[in-house]
Design a protein around this ligand. Structure first.
Ligand code: HEM
Length: 135
């Protein structure tokens, strides 16, 4: 299974993680505990909506790396909501985002392996690069 392309390893892992309704809340818990600045960014957030949005968005990440036009359009829209004129998510926050989501996935994916971790890093670094370029 580990010889599947990163996009597929990532998508299958996301599906195993999100099969548990606790996965995304566990990620936001970890992420917002990482710094007071991050916690402050989410002070007005409706986490019920946010959890759904992030689940969809993770799937978008996989299709964006594969070049699917709808996913690229979605990625561009996310980059805009996160840029300096909107949510103002400074580039330095993205490494924490990637590390905490991968730490959480490692706990929730019962088939976790080095190849799966590498797939998460590959897909997310592609997306993050795009978000930072458009900041
Ligand atoms: C590639 C990484 C990321 C993805 C895919 C992502 C995805 C999303 C999505 C889908 C939404 C909801 C729709 C929207 O407002 O755009 C959202 C909102 C948000 N994101 Fe991100 N995000 C990422 C990184 C970050 C980082 C690093 C931060 C740093 C604090 C952050 C903070 C926020 C905040 C504050 C909101 C608004 C929540 C609200 O409505 O109150 N995001 N994100």
């Amino acid at each position: 299974m580990d010889d599947l392309p990163p996009k597929d390893l990532f998508l299958q892992s996301v599906a195993r993680c999100t099969a548990s309704a606790a996965f995304i809340p566990a990620f936001y818990d970890r992420f917002t505990s990482a710094s007071d600045e991050i916690r402050a960014k989410f002070r007005f957030t409706d986490f019920e909506q946010q959890n759904k949005a992030l689940k969809r968005s993770l799937e978008m990440c996989a299709f964006a790396i594969a070049g699917t036009p709808e996913a690229l359009a979605e990625l561009t829209a996310r980059a805009k909501t996160h840029d300096r004129d909107h949510l103002n998510i400074e580039p330095r926050f993205y490494d924490i985002w990637v590390d905490t989501i991968i730490e959480t996935a490692a706990e929730y994916d019962d088939q976790w392996s080095d190849a799966i971790e590498a797939a998460w890093r590959r897909v997310l670094s592609h997306v993050v690069k795009h978000m930072i370029r458009k900041y």
